[in-house]
Design a protein around this ligand. Structure first.
Ligand SMILES: Cc1cc2nc3c(=O)[nH]c(=O)nc-3n(C[C@H](O)[C@H](O)[C@H](O)COP(=O)(O)OP(=O)(O)OC[C@H]3O[C@@H](n4cnc5c(N)ncnc54)[C@H](O)[C@@H]3O)c2cc1C
Length: 312
């Protein structure tokens, strides 16, 4: 069984930054990533709120740069290696990824989050046939068509603006009568002639002809009658759910399944740290994921070094 100082699970901004800090501290570091490195950010076209890139940067390029920087300092990144088991032993952790089993002195869980589903009729049936969670991936399929975005936060509004590059019309359906998105993003949204806000509505059903989406049934949150809205694409951005099953029964989570951490990224288990969107921190962004990844790595290195000098 291969032994490493620090194992990181997930190669999004939190895991990659943790890898950069741990490897620069000369810890033998391996990152397990279920898919390709980069995390959620590779699904977005443009990131304009990460410092150092005044004109913004594509999500894919930012993920790529973070990966290269971590590798530059010696972190080993194992793509397409989903971790299926994490166990705490007496003085180490055991990790199973594919056919391989590793032993690590400390583990940083940075498994992030996945976009939340609406849970309405038609959603599962038409996923990939009109229903999407990735405007960057699927937006170009809707050239000159009418689409909608469901949600009212930053991601929803930014993706709606991206979709106007292709679609002839983009409805933004929001359950409240004002957006949650950052003010400067809202201003751009209101100024975009292709975008129409549909206030105080939630999706009741996604309707199709058996092969693709044709319309939505919208329920009112203000007591109005149902509305039938013809659309060919439905892009859903209504928040995220944590990818925390790997630590269930191991570390403490909150009611929604987000891993509880202290200020420095420690979980309820000694030697087990967590960072980024999988944790119960409020702001879920690239910068906060990166910052928390750095803190978790700093503490994990300290934990490994102290354990070596003064074994538990
Ligand atoms: C459409 C969209 C647009 C966004 N736009 C912005 C923006 O403009 N600016 C901004 O700051 N933020 C933006 N965000 C939010 C930002 O992407 C996230 O906050 C950030 O990616 C969180 O980083 P993370 O490393 O915690 O998790 P993630 O990015 O979710 O990465 C987690 C990684 O862990 C991997 N993983 C999960 N389980 C396992 C396992 N068992 N084994 C191995 N690997 C596993 C996943 O494959 C994934 O690669 C956007 C998000 C979305 C969805």
């Amino acid at each position: 069984m291969e032994h490493v100082d620090i194992a990181i699970i997930g190669a999004g901004p939190a895991g990659l930054t943790a890898a950069l800090y741990a490897s620069r501290a000369r810890a033998n570091t391996v990152v397990f990533e279920g898919g390709i490195p980069g995390g959620q950010i590779v699904t977005t076209d443009w990131v304009e709120n990460y410092p150092g890139f005044p004109s913004g940067i594509s999500g894919a390029e930012l993920g790529d740069l973070m990966t290269k920087q971590a590798e530059e300092f010696g972190a080993v990144i194992k793509s397409f290696s989903p971790v299926s088991r994490l166990e705490s032993k007496d003085d180490h952790f055991e990790i199973e990824a594919g056919e391989e089993t590793y032993e690590a002195d400390a583990v940083i869980v940075a498994t992030g989050a996945i976009p939340r589903k609406l849970g309405v009729p038609g959603e599962a049936e038409y996923t990939g046939r009109g229903v999407s969670w990735c405007a960057t991936c699927d937006g170009a399929l809707y050239r000159d068509k009418t689409v909608c975005v469901v949600g009212g936060g930053d991601a929803a509004v930014e993706e709606a603006m991206f979709l106007t590059k292709f679609a002839s019309k983009v409805y933004v359906i929001h359950r409240r009568d004002e957006l949650r998105a950052t003010k400067c993003i809202q201003e751009r949204c209101f100024a975009n002639e292709k975008i129409e806000l549909v206030w105080s509505r939630v999706v009741g059903e996604i309707v199709g002809d058996g092969s693709k989406v044709s319309s939505l049934v919208l329920k009112s949150t203000a007591g109005e009658p149902d509305l039938h809205l013809p659309v060919e694409g439905v892009f859903i951005f209504v928040g995220v759910d944590p990818v925390s099953s790997i630590v269930s029964g191991l570390a403490e989570t909150n009611d929604a399944g987000f891993v509880r951490i202290d200020h420095d990224g420690r979980t309820s288990i000694p030697g087990l740290f967590a960072a980024g969107d999988v944790t119960d921190s409020d702001l879920k962004q690239v910068i906060t994921a990166a910052a928390k990844g750095a803190s978790a790595a700093f503490e994990a290195v300290r934990y490994v070094d102290e354990e070596r000098v003064c074994p538990l």
